[in-house]
Design a protein around this ligand. Structure first.
Ligand SMILES: Cc1ncc(COP(=O)(O)O)c(C=O)c1O
Length: 363
């Protein structure tokens, strides 16, 4: 099948670029003594998880218990569920997963940890835990220092749980501008102090799990971090370019769309918020929804659910109904979650189709 045979809108992935991205991150991790545990929320496909493992990942990360079930199909023997697991049904799933793979959960309270310990005891399994520490995002995580110490001391005492270390997510650093560099410096000293504080109290974290795609290539400069969980790096997107962690040439995934209507200075493409998602570009004031590769001066400035509005006043290329364009989305992870499948191509040929098995797996 050729790209021109695909129905639109469709997410298409340039396999040469994707494989280069995977190899580059695996080589970087290996040469810096970091364990690579990619976050699979970006592709949500066991086949791609398998490829990450084959290219050097030590295990995989997921956000939800149902995603973890799906990702077992990759054949992984080591999963990190990087999200607090709360609720009876999820605990049941957790213990089933722990029978089939080494499993670690990151969490930030004993209220979350105790039921996991109870469920693991009942099921006769052991589950690893990482204490989540907030390094500036203000999402989940206890504060570094005494709060962390008290959480870790509590975790280390709970039966059928194995306290393995700490986890953090520096999602507040989206770009290495002055503010980003200052935040990165703060992150370095926070982690240094945090690990020293734990060690002074005879608590030695075997795993210090963190990282993100914007900070991927700075991972070796973050003291004590020995495991990284980038997700977006497999495809990259407009946000990754904006962060400085890649160039446009490193963006593997685009969304193929068809022009369905034209008027002077405007065209409508066959995808809106249900195709691209409504995620904006980084922390910027920019309100555009993607870059049209064939029309660099066009502005994809507005969306309804199924309509994409493209302003062509500054663009010299003319478009007709039926033309196809490729759009680099702001945030590929949420776009993938909206699509049933993703197509891998080389040159003009579609050579692989991956079902997005983890889409909609929210529990
Ligand atoms: C806990 C956690 N770890 C890792 C990642 C991957 O980060 P990135 O999307 O920058 O690759 C995310 C992304 O949302 C995350 O929430």
């Amino acid at each position: 099948m050729r790209l021109s045979d695909l129905d639109t809108p469709a997410i298409i992935v340039d396999l040469d670029i994707m494989e280069r991205n995977l190899r580059k991150a695996a080589d970087y991790a290996r040469s810096n003594g970091l364990r690579l545990r990619p976050h699979t929320k970006t592709h949500k496909s066991p086949a791609l998880g398998r490829r990450q493992l084959d290219l050097g990942a030590a295990g995989l990360s997921v956000a939800k218990s149902t995603e973890a079930e799906v990702m077992l199909q990759s054949g992984t023997s080591d999963l990190l569920l990087a999200y607090p697991v709360i609720g009876r049904q999820k605990l049941q799933r957790l213990t089933e997963i722990a029978r089939r793979s080494a499993l670690t959960v990151s969490l930030d309270s004993l209220a979350a940890a105790r039921p996991i310990s109870d469920a693991a005891r009942e099921a006769g399994v052991e589950i690893g835990v990482l204490a989540e520490v907030d390094v500036g995002l203000g999402r989940v995580g206890v504060q570094p220092g005494d709060e962390l110490l008290s959480l870790v001391s509590g975790l280390a005492r709970l039966p059928h749980l194995r306290w393995r270390g700490i986890a953090f997510y520096p999602g507040h650093i989206k770009e290495l501008d002055d503010r980003g560099r200052a935040d990165l410096e703060t992150l370095r000293s926070t982690l240094f102090d945090t690990i020293r504080h734990l060690e002074q109290n005879s608590l030695h974290p075997e795993i210090v799990s963190g990282g993100s795609t914007p900070l991927l290539w700075y991972s070796h400069t973050i003291p004590g971090m020995n495991e990284i969980r980038p997700g977006t790096y497999i495809f990259n997107d407009r946000n990754t370019v904006y962060s400085g962690a890649c160039t446009r040439a490193d963006c593997a995934a685009t969304i193929l769309a068809t022009v369905v209507s034209t008027a002077p200075g405007r065209m409508i493409i066959d995808g809106g918020s249900k195709t691209f998602s409504s995620d904006r570009l980084g922390y910027t004031a920019d309100v555009t929804w993607g870059e049209i590769l064939e029309a660099p001066h066009a502005r994809f400035h507005k969306m309804n659910e199924e309509h994409g509005y493209v302003d062509l006043h500054a663009e010299s290329t003319a478009f007709s109904v039926g033309d196809r364009v490729r759009v680099l989305p702001n945030h590929i992870c949420v776009a993938v979650n909206l699509h049933e499948q993703v197509y891998g191509f080389r040159g003009d040929e579609v050579v692989e189709v991956w079902k997005v098995e983890g889409r909609g797996k929210l529990q």
